[in-house]
Ligand binder design. Structure first.
Ligand SMILES: C[S@@+](CC[C@H](N)C(=O)[O-])C[C@H]1O[C@@H](n2cnc3c(N)ncnc32)[C@H](O)[C@@H]1O
Length: 228
């Protein structure tokens, strides 16, 4: 898989729609997404995959474009309607991409939205996906929303799917959950690792892999498969 940016950025994204630590540098931002996809590809090949990206932002779609769109299908869902409108328009006419605005509440991003629960439907009908992504999303979710979204995604997973996501998961944190900066709700949603892993199992997922992303915030990346 190519990992460098050659021939320039194919799908430029305005700063206001970019997320993450490298958002102010378009090349670094895209490169971080390409690195992420390389990791995904190692666990579930992108070629021909049906990908569901919850809390999608723009980065994964932008990186897939840069890679000549190897996937069979990509469905990106987010509660940020203006961003979804931008990326839908940018990829209009390419039927490998579909984007949806979801109505859910999140204290950081959408305090007036609808409560999410395990039975909440996504606008995806009876589609099933091989690769389910949730990067930097649980890092901004309450335990109730984390449990709900894990259960929701389970219903849209094919039998041999992989769910890949990041979370703050600290084996030594005394509380099950801590909102690290109450002045900025859900900026950093931190979990006790055993507690988070009980939520994962309770939603019907087996953990295939857990590995640290970096040491600063005890961030872990998880690969899960549907429990039989
Ligand atoms: C830090 S950004 C990460 C975006 C993208 N996954 C990435 O890695 O660049 C978190 C995203 O999750 C979305 N989000 C948070 N809570 C959500 C929810 N309950 N439903 C849908 N999207 C949500 C936000 O709107 C935001 O775009």
């Amino acid at each position: 898989m190519k990992t460098g940016i050659t021939g320039g950025i194919r799908l430029p994204v305005p700063l206001r729609f970019r997320r993450g630590g490298h958002r102010k540098d378009p090349e670094k931002s895209l490169q971080s997404a390409l690195d992420l996809l390389k990791w995904v590809d190692g666990h579930r090949p992108l070629e021909g995959a049906r990908i569901l990206d919850f809390g999608c932002g723009v980065k994964v779609a932008q990186a897939l474009c840069q890679l000549d769109s190897p996937q069979a299908a990509y469905a990106g869902l987010d509660l940020y309607a203006e961003m979804i409108a931008f990326i839908s328009e940018a990829l209009r006419g390419d039927d490998r991409y579909a984007f949806y605005t979801v109505p859910f509440a999140n204290e950081m991003y959408n305090p007036d939205g609808e409560e999410m629960h395990a039975g909440s439907e996504l606008p995806l009908g009876d589609q099933r996906f091989d690769t389910l992504l949730m990067f930097s999303v649980i890092t901004h979710m309450t335990p109730a929303d984390t449990a709900a979204v894990l259960a929701i995604l389970r219903r849209y997973a094919s039998a041999d799917a992989r769910l890949l996501f990041w979370a703050f998961a600290d084996p030594d944190q005394p509380e099950d959950f801590r909102d690290d900066n109450p002045a900025r709700p859900l900026l950093r949603a931190k979990y006790n690792r055993d507690y988070l892993e009980r939520l994962i199992a309770g939603a019907g997922w087996d953990i295939v892999l857990r590995e640290p992303v970096g040491r600063a915030h005890r961030k872990e990346r998880y690969v899960c498969s549907p429990a039989p």
